[in-house]
Design a protein around this ligand. Structure first.
Ligand SMILES: [Zn+2]
Length: 312
């Protein structure tokens, strides 16, 4: 009998793990633009994989969604927040890059809105089709202990690259796609009439994330492109929305880290020796979520990039 109870408990906890998300508040950041600021941290059973910043824009024709999160359930949660504001259909869904915490929520919109257009950078679509979709589904399931299970990958099919744009319901969406930035698959979305730029993960704010697929120099350039655009509101991929200071702050993180590593590399130091010196220079970021987990890896990655750059 005991084993039966145990079995029921296990089955029950698995069932609970794959449940709907609670509602997270949608913050109004411009006249018709909203951001649901996800909790800080890595995907976990507690946050059910939800930790990015989904954006949605109300237009007279419908709703444009950017990055509806990491699972079917985050996508559904985003839709519930949209439904508190409008009954109009979702017309467009944009994925800022290949990392699954941003786009696996697409599924929630695919069945309900068969006419919706799913857009992403050509490299994002290629990588997803080449197997990154499955890798991200598996990773999300593992990190959340099954909370995202039941999700299937809806890969965007409309390619948008640098300078692409579209208009819908009185709003203009312009794509900026700086190369070799956060992931080599990145787009940023300028919502022109709203004076808003959705940065994707080219900018983190108060949270340090992975740079495994990034280049420091490309990411610094992406920050410069964003700063030059000069909009009023900047939405990072993770962390609080704000003005241009949000971009400048992360740019300073990247440039301080990369430039310090370059100098120490010239002095012949190993990444292990560099780390404490780099950490000391980044005091302003010590309290950021994930800093201490990521900074060692970032130093190693910056060193590899600086070494390679020396041969270019
Ligand atoms: Zn990312």
């Amino acid at each position: 009998m005991k084993w039966l109870m145990f079995l029921l408990l296990v089955l029950n906890s698995n069932f609970l793990a794959a449940k709907e998300l609670p509602d997270y508040k949608a913050d109004k950041i411009a006249a018709d633009t909203y951001v649901i600021h996800g909790p800080a941290g890595m995907p976990s059973p507690q946050n059910q994989g939800f930790m990015n910043n989904p954006v949605f824009v109300l237009t007279s024709e419908g709703v444009v969604v950017i990055d509806p999160g990491s699972s079917l359930y985050t996508g559904r949660m985003v839709l519930r927040q949209i439904r508190k504001l409008t009954d109009r259909p979702v017309t467009h869904v944009l994925s800022t890059h290949i990392h699954g915490d941003h786009w696996l929520g697409n599924q929630a919109f695919k069945d309900l809105f068969p006419k919706a257009v799913f857009m992403a950078h050509p490299n994002m679509i290629t990588q997803a089709k080449a197997g990154a979709d499955k890798q991200w589904l598996d990773l999300m399931s593992t990190l959340t202990k099954g909370a995202t299970d039941g999700t299937t990958a809806v890969i965007p099919d409309i390619e948008v690259d640098e300078a692409a744009s579209f208009k819908t319901g009185g709003k203009t969406f312009r794509i900026l796609a700086p190369k070799r930035a956060h992931s080599g698959t990145d787009i940023m979305v300028h919502i022109v009439e709203e004076n808003v730029l959705a940065l994707g993960d080219n900018v983190f704010h108060k949270r340090i994330g992975r740079m495994d697929d990034a280049t420091f120099r490309g990411n610094i350039n992406a920050c410069d492109v964003a700063i030059k655009l000069g909009v009023k509101v900047y939405v990072p991929g993770h962390g609080p929305t704000g003005d241009v200071k949000v971009v400048k702050k992360f740019r300073t993180y990247l440039s301080t880290l990369y430039e310090t590593v370059k100098v120490l590399l010239d002095e012949g130091m190993s990444d292990y020796e560099m780390k404490p010196k780099v950490v000391a220079k980044l005091k302003a970021y010590h309290q950021w979520n994930g800093f201490h987990d990521q900074v060692g890896k970032h130093v190693s990655l910056a060193m590899l990039e600086a070494e390679k750059a020396g041969f270019e």
